[in-house]
Design a protein around this ligand. Sequence first.
Ligand code: COA
Length: 200
Amino acid sequence: MRLSRGHRNNGQNGGVSSDALSEEFEVRTLSHDDLDLTTDLAHLINRAYRAAQSEIFSAPSPRISETDCANLILAHELVIVRCGESLVGAVRVATMDDRTRFFGLLAVAPEWSSKGVGRMLLDTIERDAARAGVRTMALDLLMPDPATAHQSRLRDWYESRGYVATSSRSFAEVEPEAARELRYPTQLIRYLKNIAHELD
Ligand SMILES: CC(C)(COP(=O)(O)OP(=O)(O)OC[C@H]1O[C@@H](n2cnc3c(N)ncnc32)[C@H](O)[C@@H]1OP(=O)(O)O)[C@@H](O)C(=O)NCCC(=O)NCCS
């Protein structure tokens, strides 16, 4: 379904609107009708994360399994961007409480990198959340010590968008098995952004 101008919200958690979009892109929340996209979507996310994960882990595992991807689709938590028939990006959006949405798994196909797709996705989910009365967006950022190039650039980007680090946990405590492959001590940093004024 190609989005027309105007507001459209087709998912309880990550419904998105089209105002921020260029006409050539389709952004939408997936549902059970989209399970046939599971394999392609898991592949896209794992390809997008591969380089960043290799800086952090000595033997990186795929970022997401097809089973987990299918479960997120069924939960209406995956938002995708398409350009024509090409799947170019995705993000997970989940409700934490009435006033807070969490996003993660932000991924853009490497061949589409640095063309503004990630920014468009984030603009869209923030604006849609603000319209739904959400006050706070949250994300967790992996931060090795020393910081890797990719994670430093991400941190600068999120901070320039108004995200503020509020707490951190040791990644080893959160995911002990995956932590065995860490190259460096790594924290999972919770960033929050107040989006109450995003529509002003
Ligand atoms: C992060 C990511 C989604 C950005 O998508 P994108 O479409 O390439 O980004 P955009 O062109 O919209 O640019 C937005 C910002 O993304 C960041 N970015 C873009 N390309 C990047 C790259 N190759 N490496 C690291 N960060 C990058 C930059 O901070 C950029 O802001 P800037 O232009 O002000 O420096 C994409 O690089 C990706 O899929 N990375 C791997 C997965 C990942 O790390 N996800 C985020 C986990 S919290």
